[in-house]
Design a protein around this ligand. Sequence first.
Ligand code: FAD
Ligand code: NAG
Ligand code: NAG
Length: 445
Amino acid sequence: MASPKIIIIGSGLSGLSLSLSLSNLLPAASIKIYEVRPSTHPSTSGTINLTPNGLRVLDHLGVYKSLIPQGFNFDNLTMLNHQLDVLASIPIAGISEFEYQSLRIERRLVHSALLQKVQEKSQVEIIYDSKCESVEESDAAVTVRFTNGTSATGDILIACDGIHSVVRKSFVKDPKDFEPKYTGQISIGGTITKSQIQEYNVKNTPYPIMMFGPEAGTGANFMIWPYNRAGDQFTFFTTLSKPEEEENWNGFADKQNLKSIMQETFHAEDSPWNEMVKKTVELSDVEGYRFWPFYLHSIPEKFYSEKARMIMIGDAAHAMPPSGGQGAAMAFEDAETLAYTLAAGFASNPGESGLNTPQGLEVLSKWSDHRIARMRTIQELNKRMSDMRKGSTGSTSGVMFTVKVWVIWLLGLLGVLGRTRRAINNYDARKEAMGWLAEGAIQAS
Ligand SMILES: Cc1cc2nc3c(=O)[nH]c(=O)nc-3n(C[C@H](O)[C@H](O)[C@H](O)COP(=O)(O)OP(=O)(O)OC[C@H]3O[C@@H](n4cnc5c(N)ncnc54)[C@H](O)[C@@H]3O)c2cc1C
Ligand SMILES: *[C@@H]1O[C@H](CO)[C@@H](O)[C@H](O)[C@H]1NC(C)=O
Ligand SMILES: *[C@@H]1O[C@H](CO)[C@@H](O)[C@H](O)[C@H]1NC(C)=O
């Protein structure tokens, strides 16, 4: 049985889920995860939305069911205009059609459910306070250097180190692809409770709610989204256009400033926005405010290195703006498909420590091509979503707003948004991997 020494850089959502899939499929492998954070703060905060394609992976790993009571489970997203008229109700998910509801949940809860499972696996070790500085591969091994001057060696290294990946820089050839690119959009949001704003939801519209406004200057969109099981704690956020990138976004570090921007945008004297939005901004607690600039990575030609000892997944490989809500789901899909691929690759390569053989490269390139195709599909869908959230691609005059509103209404009516959902939701990472692994008559062990 193959017993490779596997190094994972980063214990975020992709690193943890990968280590779980790998330990199920390669029980003799030894897996070391190096994480820059301290063990006392293993995760970032905020809430994420997980669609069925991502939840399916978590279900395979045995963590999904424990998450159901910890987040908001829902099927439909209601789209309104700024005056609370319904434009469309979009079936985002649902058990009958997609096997799963959608789940909005605090990211740290997903992280800690995965972490708990990882801690049950004796073959996986997480080493905290470990900052990877560089990586290097040879014919025989891969070496990671840490900022404290020491190094570690293994057979295969997987970069799960997120959008500012150090590992990515070591094997993506074109320097202009090292750093993520700013998309010209930022998001600002906060938290509010249902009891604070429900009286202003005058038509009793079900949550989550996505609203579209007439002018970029007065806010082109506003989201109100529950994130706990009872559905009475909400995050709200907007995506604003901000063409110039800032060096370190210091101007957005001050929470009071974030609230002020929201007030100026949605609550000015002549604001066209409904009372629910105005009150949400007005009553929200300053401490709950958060800010994110949107960045994205160009997709490289392949997700593995020259000698096939370094592989990248998750945000390190293809960070995308959160407007499509698919970043974490893509990380989970990457992780599960890669685990099957590595298991098959090692099984077809007995006696080899790596995958730099015709059989090894065959499975790895199939995986990489397949994931790149998937990423292009998702980026295209993301772009459509994000164009919709913008005040219709630059022009936000009254006429264009009317057009945008009709387009959304029509897409909802024709079920186009629903079909888009099917492309996203019905992806079963395990089945997909089995499919292309079987094609080459190479079976996972
Ligand atoms: C505001 C916002 C909202 C989002 N909303 C959604 C959503 O609704 N749905 C969704 O699916 N996705 C969403 N995402 C995207 C999602 O959070 C990411 O795609 C996902 O976390 C990627 O996982 P990852 O493991 O690849 O990277 P990360 O979660 O970033 O993990 C990377 C890990 O590597 C560690 N690390 C970094 N550098 C080093 C180093 N040099 N050495 C050692 N360790 C290192 C980090 O500390 C971290 O633990 C959102 C993102 C943002 C910013
Ligand atoms: C979602 O909408 C569909 C039809 O538009 C409806 O049948 C279903 O009951 C809704 N689901 C929930 C959970 O409200
Ligand atoms: C340096 O960092 C590595 C990775 O965290 C760790 O294993 C090692 O013990 C550290 N060495 C010293 C001397 O601090």
